[in-house]
Design a protein around this ligand. Structure first.
Ligand SMILES: Cc1cc2nc3c(=O)[nH]c(=O)nc-3n(C[C@H](O)[C@H](O)[C@H](O)COP(=O)(O)O)c2cc1C
Length: 184
């Protein structure tokens, strides 16, 4: 298998996950850096993947991750497919999209189908006395819906295969890609 073929297979798995809610790459760990320079991770849903290197997540603009990204744009994503024993690590630059054509397209194509995720009256992460206090939504408006866009600068996959594991990195610089095999 060539490097190009190997990466085509891995990135096809990412593309499949955008359309398939049962896909192992559908849920991904997103890591950001908090104001104390500590890593923070959480599970999110992969909503879009474009130009072979841009990943899209939906979230609430009041959530901690958004504040963290506004302070530091370093982010990473971790995908794992247990059946294929395939791991994909992505590091990149994150940005928040809260207006414009891309924003509207994502709201119309997917965000609006789960408005409860972005319209809670109580701010996500605030202390409450009882879970019921959070079950109250402004379903008629969408001011807190936003996109998190992660543009990869480096990706690395590891494919376990008995003892003959395969590992490779892809470095993306000025839209050019450099591929290497790595020792697993
Ligand atoms: C299966 C699963 C999927 C999730 N998907 C999302 C998501 O797509 N977007 C999101 O903002 N939070 C999602 N969450 C919730 C996050 O993991 C997290 O609890 C929340 O966003 C608050 O994170 P923060 O305080 O670090 O911003 C998901 C949680 C689980 C368990």
């Amino acid at each position: 298998m060539t490097l190009t073929e190997a990466w085509k297979h891995v990135l096809n798995r990412v593309k499949e996950a955008v359309a398939d809610s049962d896909h192992p790459f559908r849920f991904v760990a997103l890591a950001t850096i908090d104001k104390n320079k500590r890593p923070q991770q959480r599970t999110v849903v992969l909503r879009d993947f474009s130009e072979e290197s841009t990943f899209m997540i939906y979230t609430d603009s009041r959530s901690d991750k958004v504040g963290e990204i506004r302070e530091s744009d370093s982010a990473s994503l971790l995908f794992y497919d247990d059946k294929e024993k395939l791991q994909l690590r992505v590091t990149g630059r994150a940005s928040i999209v809260k207006a414009g054509e891309e924003y509207k397209r994502h709201w119309d194509n997917g965000g609006s189908s789960s408005p409860h995720s972005y319209t809670s009256v109580v701010t996500p992460g605030s202390k409450i006395e009882n879970p019921d206090e959070a079950f109250n939504w402004h379903l008629e408006s969408t001011p807190n819906f936003c996109l998190v866009k992660i543009e990869a600068v480096r990706m690395e996959f590891l494919q376990l295969d008995g003892v003959r594991h395969i590992r490779s990195e892809k470095i993306i610089r000025n839209r050019e890609e450099i591929l290497h095999w790595l020792a697993p």
